[in-house]
Design a protein. Structure first.
Length: 83
């Protein structure tokens, strides 16, 4: 699944370091963890991991916004992240 995400959002399948590919991977993981937390509401460790991951994604998006606003807007639109 990671290779598909990197191929779609990065420059290539091996492009694991670009901001866009990392944010896309974080978004996928956030969606999976959200499903898990909805089913297992007492799993506090997963809730904490989810909050940390959302924070990481937010910081990466803030960085991208400072560097190149057009890439930021395009990525937000592609991923369907509201902001």
């Amino acid at each position: 699944k990671k290779k598909e995400i990197f191929a779609q959002y990065g420059k290539s399948e091996a492009d694991t370091g670009s901001t866009e590919s990392q944010v896309a991977l974080f978004t996928f993981r956030i969606q999976e963890l959200t499903k898990h937390v909805k089913e297992n509401h007492k799993d506090l460790f997963t809730k904490r991991a989810l909050v940390n991951l959302v924070g990481k994604r937010r910081r990466m998006l803030d960085y991208l916004k400072e560097q190149d606003i057009e890439r930021y807007r395009e990525l937000i639109k592609k991923l369907g992240i509201r902001k």
